[in-house]
Write a protein that binds this ligand. Structure first.
Ligand SMILES: [Zn+2]
Length: 121
């Protein structure tokens, strides 16, 4: 499963951060997924539950945030929010746009159990 390999890569990253900050436990992991990331939130959630077992993130909650779809217009150069069903520039209504943001899965933040919360960007 595609989502499982994503989770394994994510958990590797999480383990590195947890070690670096001397955390005993990871409480939550937040990711942002764009509508064109090709990742299904429900599958990602299930894959995470399977992949976290026995890792430092064993009890961690996966928080999934939605990243907006941002289109960049090739005609007027503006960046405007888009929808999958309406891939046009909101300023000049041309369909000659490229996706500026919305194709990625971004590792957003991490909540670690230490004296104070550690956040990463
Ligand atoms: Zn435009």
């Amino acid at each position: 499963m595609h989502e499982l390999s994503i989770c394994q890569a994510l958990l590797d990253e999480v383990a590195r951060f947890a070690r670096k900050h001397g955390a005993a436990r990871v409480l939550s992991v937040t990711v942002r997924i764009g509508p064109l990331a090709g990742v299904e939130a429900g599958l990602l959630q299930r894959a995470f539950t399977a992949a976290r077992r026995g890792t430092v993130a064993n009890d961690a909650q996966l928080v999934i945030e939605r990243a907006p779809l941002i289109l960049e217009c090739r005609r007027c150069g503006r960046q405007t929010p888009g929808r999958l069903s309406h891939m046009r520039c909101a300023a000049c209504d041309t369909a000659d746009v490229r996706v500026a943001s919305g194709k990625d899965l971004i590792f957003q933040s991490l909540e670690l159990e230490t004296a104070e919360e550690a956040h990463v960007q």
